[in-house]
Design a protein around this ligand. Structure first.
Ligand code: SIN
Length: 280
């Protein structure tokens, strides 16, 4: 029996109470977390005190760690990516709806984001539920989308031509390795989630370029419809960070959006990403 309590949030996700992620979780506790992750798409924890080593140990319990190609790592910990915005910076990382790594042939399973330094006010993260977004589509549109694949790429976001590296953005100094932005991948538009077996919508406005076999111009109206549909308020929740908060999201079941409303304050998060698998 596990003493862990899982409290679903409105829209997407669940808050997990009674788990100490810094220690050795029993198999039964771990199974409770895995079931909550698979069902709710993102799980939230409060009041955790994880050292970088404990963050890495918790992540390894879920799978292999994906060492980020583009984000600056934490000093001494290449497995941990920094998500940082200083008081004098204006652009933030992740400030638009997206799901990470959809440009990879085997997209990362998800990320464990630990709050290290949070603004007094602002800097929340929104999450959206891609299971619910799929479920709410009409049978006709589901059938059409079930027969489509989409092309995703990292080039326009992390490559030299990205807006991150224009003179108007100050985000380029927190990213790097633009030469490595060579990933292109084709995935089904509707995936069967590898853990839950449920169907989920798998396109996102950051990395999806077009439907496979369609031009970008032909794809745009239907993609725009799906983007507007999928982040409707009833599919979303907003997570307010406090020191010691952790969010662990599933890239195959959710999108996320880091709100950039805290200019003049510092926000520093540590992110570990876990490898995933091909999607069908
Ligand atoms: C990200 O997109 O990985 C960053 C999320 C956040 O900082 O809240």
């Amino acid at each position: 029996m596990s003493a862990i309590d899982v409290k679903p949030c409105d829209g997407v996700g669940a808050e997990v109470l009674g788990a100490d992620l810094s220690g050795d979780l029993t198999n039964s506790e771990f199974a409770t977390l895995r079931d909550a992750f698979s069902e709710y798409g993102v799980i939230f924890f409060r009041d955790q005190t994880l050292s970088p080593e404990q963050h890495i140990a918790f992540a390894r319990r879920w799978g292999d760690i994906n060492v980020n190609r583009f984000f600056k790592p934490v000093d001494g910990y290449p497995q941990i990516a920094e998500v940082r915005k200083e008081p004098d910076q204006t652009a933030n990382i992740g400030g638009g709806w997206h799901t990470d790594h959809s440009y990879d042939v085997e997209p990362a399973m998800g990320s464990i984001l630990v709050a290290r330094d949070v603004p007094e006010k602002g800097g929340d993260t929104m999450f959206a539920n891609m299971y619910a977004a799929y479920d709410a589509l009409s049978d006709g549109l589901k059938e059409t989308l079930n027969n489509l694949k989409a092309v995703h790429s990292s080039r326009h976001i992390f490559g030299d031509e990205s807006v991150a590296y224009t003179k108007d953005s100050d985000i380029g100094n927190r990213l790097g390795n633009s030469d490595a932005a060579t990933q292109d991948a084709v995935h089904p538009v509707i995936i069967t989630h590898p853990l839950s077996g449920r169907k989920a919508l798998y396109v996102n406005m950051a990395f999806t370029l077009r439907f496979d076999g369609w031009t970008a111009e032909e794809s745009k109206p239907l993609l725009d419809y799906l983007y507007t549909h999928a982040c409707a308020p009833q599919f979303t929740t907003t997570f307010k960070w406090k020191p010691g908060s952790i969010a662990f999201w599933d890239n195959r079941a959710t999108w996320h959006y880091a709100i950039n409303d805290y200019h003049g304050q510092r926000r520093l998060m540590h992110r570990i990403t876990i490898e995933g698998c091909a999607l069908h």
